[in-house]
Design a protein around this ligand. Sequence first.
Ligand SMILES: NC(=O)c1ccc[n+]([C@@H]2O[C@H](COP(=O)([O-])OP(=O)(O)OC[C@H]3O[C@@H](n4cnc5c(N)ncnc54)[C@H](O)[C@@H]3O)[C@@H](O)[C@H]2O)c1
Length: 333
Amino acid sequence: MQTILVTGGAGFIGSNFIAYYLAKNNNCTIVNLDKLTYAADIKNLREVDNNASYKFIHGDICDKQLLINIFKEYKFKGIIHFAAESHVDNSIENPSEFINTNIVGTHNLLEVAKLFWIDNPETSNKQNRFLHVSTDEVYGSLKETGFFTENTPYAPNSPYSASKAASDFLVRSYHHTFRLNVVTTNCSNNFGPKQHDEKLIPTVIRKALNNEKIPIYGTGKNVRDWLYVEDHCKAIDLVYQNGKSGETYIIGANNEYTNLKIADMVCEILDANLTKEESYKKQISFVEDRLGHDFRYAIDATKIKNELGWKPMQNFKESLEKTVFWYLNKYRN
Ligand SMILES: NC(=O)c1ccc[n+]([C@@H]2O[C@H](COP(=O)([O-])OP(=O)(O)OC[C@H]3O[C@@H](n4cnc5c(N)ncnc54)[C@H](O)[C@@H]3O)[C@@H](O)[C@H]2O)c1
């Protein structure tokens, strides 16, 4: 029986991951450490709340003593680290929390993992693994062509991506210097159930249903590579189980769409399923662009496909439809 620490498991991807992982593995316990910031929703965890293999701890990864206490108590065999401030717009308004959680918090986790897994002869175990979840935004912005690979030089453009880049480098350094068993994943934009209302797809649906303008930044031409969250969870699981220590794997599903196209497709699903005289697309309205808005992200996921046999299993249109229905259910109840 293994006990794994998941950080930030009350957020979007973490909560999907916990449900996925516990459904698949009956030989592990997950301890979810989450500060419950505005971005968390404890209801995201309803389906695992009564699972004897799941435990929730309300706490902050910046609290090093708390980390030491829970490491002592649970003797973790692994960490899957999702906890972060994750919304680029907030990092432009107020970067400080991004520095605290994304950099200082990640450093605390690395320090405590090193303390228990490397330094202390009674608890040391080089098999114990630290998986760091990061973003493709650390690579900066692409023009119309080309793809990010694991070898693309870092060029973060927002305080959010800069803080994630710093955390990636810290993780890398703890492997290189202390031989901590780490793996890092850098994924593209996720979509799916349980995402916070502030993100693009939930915003389009919410505004559409409220008969409000659907805000799209600039001209709506910015391109993202959309990854269904369940495919991402499978990729994280594979990297955690079989990834090479010290390596990075970038994850994307080759679903490149502009923000405007995503809004259009969501409106089309709403049009097809709800009764309204005119199309929801009429509510789309362009607003002043985000400062420093990256133009395009796109991923070449050859490494994770070749080395670990991962590939996205979900059809984009079907998973977008599933996602829209999930939010319809949420916003109309
Ligand atoms: N959502 C995406 O499209 C995407 C894309 C690439 C990478 N990522 C990365 O994936 C990870 C998860 O993203 P998400 O979209 O689920 O984020 P999210 O904002 O939905 O959730 C983050 C969670 O972390 C928790 N948290 C924040 N600060 C904390 C702290 N100091 N201590 C403990 N918990 C804290 C929050 O309460 C929340 O539950 C992040 O590291 C993010 O950078 C996300």
